[in-house]
Design a binder for this molecule. Structure first.
Ligand code: NDP
Ligand code: GDR
Length: 371
C-alpha cells in the first residue's frame, strides 16, 4: 500500500486530494496545525478513529515553520509521496504578514525538501510542490505556459517563487523526483470564505435569504482562469506517477472577470443584476428576481458595492493559462466548467443560508462574518 503525506490537508485542496488518494487505496497521512477550535471540518467525513486497526487516514500535529517536527513526521511515516499544499495562501493577507508568509511558503518548502534529503529518503520519496499562476503576476505573455517568464506581484508570489526554484534545484542537485504544479485559480464549495469566488457565492446566498443586504468587493475588473479543485487534485497525483519529474501548468484556458462571476452567481440564485458606475463607484442593482428563490430581494436593491479596502498594493490584473503540455503529456483535461462550478457553489451556499435563516427566525444568533 502506497503512503502519502499531505501538508495543508485541512485546506480546500488537501481535503479533495485526501479523498482521491484514499479511493486509490493509499494510506493517507496529513499534517494539521494546532488551533484553539477544531479546524478539520473539511476532512471530518473521512476521519478514521486511529484506535481502529488498519485505519488508512491519520492526522499529525505539525507546522511548516517547525523543522524538527517535519523531520520526525517524515521519519515516522516514510511516505512514498509528499504533497506540499500547506501555505499562507491568501495574496492580500501576504501584504499584511509578509515575513510569516515567506517563512511558511518559501522556507517551509525548503525545510521539507531538506528533511527528506537529511533522512536519506531522496531516492524513495516523490515530492509535489503547490506552485501558482501568481508567479506570472505582471504577465509577460498571454496565455501563460511553462516557459513564460515570472514576475511576482505580492509577498505570497515572491515566497512561492523561492519554493518553485528550490524544488527545481533539489531535483537537479540530488536527483529527487520533485515537481511543481503551476496551478491557476481553482475553487469549490470548500473554498475558503475570503477568496473572491466563495465570498461572492456566500454573499449572494446570504442576501437571497435576508442574512445580509450588500456585498463589498475590490477590483471587479480582475480576470482569472477559474477551474474546479477536484479536477486539479487529480492532476497533482498524475504528476507524481510519471517516469520523470517535470513541471506543469494546470488551467482551463478560459478567463472571466470578477464582475462576470458576480453576474453568474446572482443568476444562479434567481437574481438578475445590472452594473453601473466605474471604479470605486461601481454598483450592481437588481433588475429582476425570482421571488421563490430569493425571497429577501427586491428589484432596485443595490446588492454589490466596491470598497477600496479590498484593493491590493500591487494587483494581478489578468491570468490565463495554457494547459497544452498537461493535455499532451498526461492526457489531463478539466471536466468541470466554471458555470457548473459556480452552480455547485451557489447551491451549497444557498442551502447553508436557508438553514441559517431558519435558525435566525427562531431567535438563534447567526454569524455572517465577512472579510
Ligand atoms: P487553503 O488556504 O484552503 O489551505 C491551506 C492549508 O495550509 C490549510 O490546511 C492550512 O491549515 C495549511 N497551513 C497554513 N499555514 C500553515 C503552516 N504554517 N504549517 C502547516 N500548514 C499550514 O489553500 P488551498 O487548498 O486553496 O491551496 C493549497 C495550496 O495550493 C496552497 O499552497 C496554495 O498556495 C496553492 N495554490 C492554490 C490555488 C487555488 O486556487 N486554490 C492555486 C495555486 C496554488 P489551516 O486549515 O489550519 O489554516
Ligand atoms: P488570488 O485569489 O489572489 O487570485 O489567489 P482571490 O480570490 O483572493 O482574488 C482573485 C481576484 O479577485 C480580486 N478581488 C477580490 N479578492 C478577494 N479575495 N476579495 C475581494 O473582495 C475581492 N474583490 C476583487 C482580487 O483583487 C484578485 O484580483 C488565489 C489563491 O488561492 C492563491 O493561493 C493562489 O496561488 C492563486 O489563487 C492562484
Amino acid at each position: 500500500m502506497k503512503k502519502a503525506l499531505i501538508t495543508g490537508i485541512t485546506g480546500q485542496d488537501g481535503s479533495y486530494l485526501a479523498e482521491f488518494l484514499l479511493e486509490k487505496g493509499y494510506e493517507v497521512h496529513g499534517i494539521k496545525r494546532r488551533a484553539s477550535l477544531f479546524n478539520t471540518q473539511r476532512v471530518d467525513h473521512i476521519y478514521e478513529d486511529p484506535h481502529v486497526e488498519h485505519a488508512r487516514f491519520r492526522l499529525h500535529y505539525g507546522d511548516l515553520t517547525d523543522t524538527s517536527n517535519l523531520t520526525r513526521i517524515l521519519s515516522e511515516v516514510q511516505p512514498d509521496e509528499v504533497y506540499n499544499l500547506g501555505a499562507q495562501s491568501h495574496v492580500a493577507v501576504s501584504f499584511e504578514a509578509p515575513e510569516y508568509t515567506a517563512d511558511v511558503d518559501a522556507i517551509g518548502t525548503l525545510r521539507l525538501l531538506e528533511a527528506i534529503r537529511f533522512l536519506g529518503m531522496e531516492k524513495k520519496t516523490r515530492f509535489y510542490q503547490a506552485s501558482t499562476s501568481e508567479l506570472y503576476g505582471l504577465v509577460q505573455e498571454i496565455p501563460q505556459k511553462e516557459t513564460t517568464p515570472f514576475y511576482p506581484r505580492s509577498p505570497y508570489a515572491v515566497a512561492k517563487m523561492y519554493a518553485y526554484w528550490i524544488t527545481v534545484n533539489y531535483r537537479e542537485s540530488y536527483g529527487m523526483y520533485a515537481c511543481n504544479g503551476i496551478l491557476f485559480n481553482h475553487e469549490s464549495p470548500r473554498r475558503g470564505e475570503t477568496f473572491v469566488t466563495r465570498k461572492i457565492t456566500r454573499g449572494i446566498a446570504n442576501i437571497s435569504q435576508g442574512l445580509e443586504t450588500c456585498l463589498y468587493l475590490g477590483n471587479m475588473d480582475a480576470l482569472r482562469d477559474w477551474g474546479h479543485a477536484k479536477d486539479y487534485v487529480r492532476m497533482q497525483w498524475m504528476m507524481l506517477q510519471q517516469e520523470q519529474a517535470e513541471d506543469f501548468v494546470i488551467a482551463t484556458g478560459k478567463q472571466i472577470s470578477v464582475r462576470e462571476f458576480v453576474r453568474m452567481s446572482a443568476k444562479e440564485a434567481g437574481i438578475e443584476v445590472e452594473f453601473t458606475g466605474t471604479g470605486v463607484d461601481e454598483i450592481a442593482t437588481v433588475t429582476a428576481v425570482n421571488a421563490e428563490a430569493a425571497p429577501a430581494v427586491k428589484v432596485g436593491d443595490v446588492i454589490v458595492k466596491v470598497d477600496p479596502r479590498y484593493f491590493r498594493p500591487a494587483e494581478v490584473e489578468t491570468l490565463l493559462g495554457d494547459p497544452t503540455k498537461a493535455k499532451e503529456k498526461l492526457g489531463w483535461i478539466p471536466e468541470i466548467t466554471v458555470e457548473e462550478m459556480c452552480a455547485e457553489m451557489v447551491a451549497s451556499d444557498v442551502d447553508t443560508a436557508k438553514r441559517h435563516a431558519l435558525l435566525k427566525a427562531h431567535g438563534h444568533h447567526v454569524s455572517v462574518s465577512k472579510e
